[in-house]
Every structure is written in structure tokens, then in C-alpha cells.
Design a protein around this ligand. Sequence first.
Ligand code: ZN
Length: 251
Amino acid sequence: MFDKIRNWRVRRAVTRHPIDESLWRSALQRCSAARRLGASDQAALRVLATLFLDNKSLEPVEGLDLEDADRVLLAAHACVPILKLGLDWYDGWHSVIVYPDAFMPRRPHTDAAGVVHQTNDAMAGEAWGRGPVILSWADVLNGGRKPGHNVVIHEMAHKLDLLNGDANGFPPLHRRMDRREWSQVFSSAWDRLKEEQRNGVDLPMDPYALESPAEFFAVASEQFFETPATLRDGLPDVYRQLEQFYRQHPL
Ligand SMILES: [Zn+2]
């Protein structure tokens, strides 16, 4: 029954609000994680992006104007992590608020309250438990110029992490995944990088990952999709856990 309703919704969204071919091609060109996918996965991503745009409300603020091409690009980025999981993994929230540039939160922000963030001052992105995703459009565009960075994937990873409570780097794992192995892999990678940081060694990922386990998962997720070879070479066990979680093999 639910499958029937779902299939009907999918057909309705894709028929009523299809993504124009030229907009989709332009989004693929600007989204390296999507470009890397095979043709059938790209087609599936296009359907997901259509549903994302139908389900979520993209809300530009402070005079920002988002063109259709921008909306499609944002949806493509956002749907990369759930390509093999499904849009249900983004249930429970509705809005993506988009600032023109880095924004200043006007409230105390603390992880314990279920609010996680990208930086301590001007912020590129933020994800609230059961609340909106907030993004800086300048940082969405800049992500493509900094290898391994993707603020949309980062915030969506927080959203997945928040599905089972606090953002703590422990999203809901699939039935066949080993929770102990996940914890052990991530905590030993964390310990290793902390040690390397103390010794002044160049880290294989953005040191922002070491702000908290939640940031570690979000930054590793960005790298998994954006520069997978770097993550596989630097932290192969983390790469393998993310392959199991996202059910994708970017390499
Ligand atoms: Zn973050």
C-alpha cells in the first residue's frame, strides 16, 4: 500500500515538475560527485532531485535570488548521499534556508541542543534536528573549487546523523552493519588524526573534522563523495564503513 502511494507520488512529481534536460546537464557539470556516477545512477539521482525539489522548500533570504539552475544544482548535491537510501532519510524537515554568503547565527549554538554547525563565527552551513538546513550560497558554489569540500553534503550528513538523536557521528546503521566496528573504526581514526595533529603532521582531511565526532562524520562524508581516493588512501577503514552506510562505491 505504502509502496503504491509512494510510486504514485514519484510519478506525479516527475510528471508535473520534471527537471529540464539543459538544467540537469548543467547541474551535472557543476557537481563532481554526480558527474562520477554511471548513467543509471545519474538517472536515479535526477528522479530523487525532482522529488527533493517537490518535497522541500528552498528559501533564499537577504535578497538572494536562486535561479532554476541553482535549485537543481542544490538538489543534485543534496541527493548524492541518499542516492541508495531514498528520500525517506530526509523525512521530518522541510526548509532549506539559503543565505547569499556566510551567516552569523543569532543564538547560542551547542551540539547538545541538537544544533550542529560548520564554524564558530561566520558559518557556511548548519543543520537543525527536526529543523531547517541553512546554507551559504557562496560556500555552496565555492565547494566545487576546494577539493574534498561540499557544504551541502556536509549538512545533509548531519541530517542523517540526527535521525537517531543527537549529532554524534553515529547515524542509524543498516541491519547488517556492525555498530561496534563502526565505533571502533571511527574512534581509532579520530585518535590517529589527533595524534598527527599534535605532532604537526599534515592531516589527510580538513582539521575541522576534529571538532567533534559529528564533524568527523560530516567531513569524512564530504570527502567520500568528493575526493574518494584521498579518503580511501588516508583512512581506508573509514572509507569502507561509509561504503556500507551510503551503499555507494565512488571508486
Ligand atoms: Zn558540521
